[in-house]
Ligand binder design. Sequence first.
Ligand SMILES: [Ca+2]
Ligand SMILES: [Ca+2]
Length: 283
Amino acid sequence: MFGPAVAFSLLICMSCGSSPAEVVAIEVDNSISVSPSKSTMSPTTTSTTTTTSTTTIAALTTAVTSPTSIAIPVETQPTITQAPNTISPLTEAPTTQPPATLAPITQPPAPSDPVGLRIESEHVGGYNRDLFADWYDADRNGCNTRKEVLIAESLDPVQIGSSCSITGGRWFSMYDNIETTDSSSFDIDHMVPLSEAWDSGAWNWNADQRKHYANDLDQPFFLIAVTASSNRSKSDRDPAEWMPPNSAYHCEYVRIWIEIKRAWDLSVDQAEHDYLAQKLASC
Ligand SMILES: [Ca+2]
Ligand SMILES: [Ca+2]
């Protein structure tokens, strides 16, 4: 029951003649020294620690509440200058996509269709008069296309002078029944206007085709001498939109119109087709 240390204590006491009471005291001390857990939980130790903590807090409290011991520097806060809210304008990114081009709705002519031209919605956009050549002298005889038409359509023989000057001619405007001997008052009209041709298929031609079309002398009366006023009244309109004031010329007008479109493989839009068909039925 006694460990080696206790036995050693008994031997010492017996040699020096100590009383049994002294021996017991030694045993008790030895017992306490080998119990570390009780020593740590000693109330004396706890009391001491608490006292010390209280003292420390009191000192801190005094220090904090004393106005003379703490110098609280006045913090100088910089003035906050808030930048004005500037909302960036919405700038849309540039559209890089090309404009959508709708494929034309094509309808081949029915076998019994008197017009006999494929029906397509008109091409939209891109037309510029400069895309078609102006008058030029295709056969290099000194007379450009305008002069060639005036010579061919004159009701009287003409004299051709230097630089293709024309004298002695007489012309009749089929659009409005007006006759003249002054060719300068007449225009040479593209019966199927350049813009109409563009919308009907010429938008897909090359420059040579456009140049040839604008100066085509092969189709009779495609290029026709008429009063400047009637030509400008017509502008670039097709038969569904404009017909010559001279109604006696209507049947010939629509026949020539159709022949030109066939020769150049041009389409008609639906309204144009329907007007031509209705007009042909009455001729
Ligand atoms: Ca010529
Ligand atoms: Ca048309």
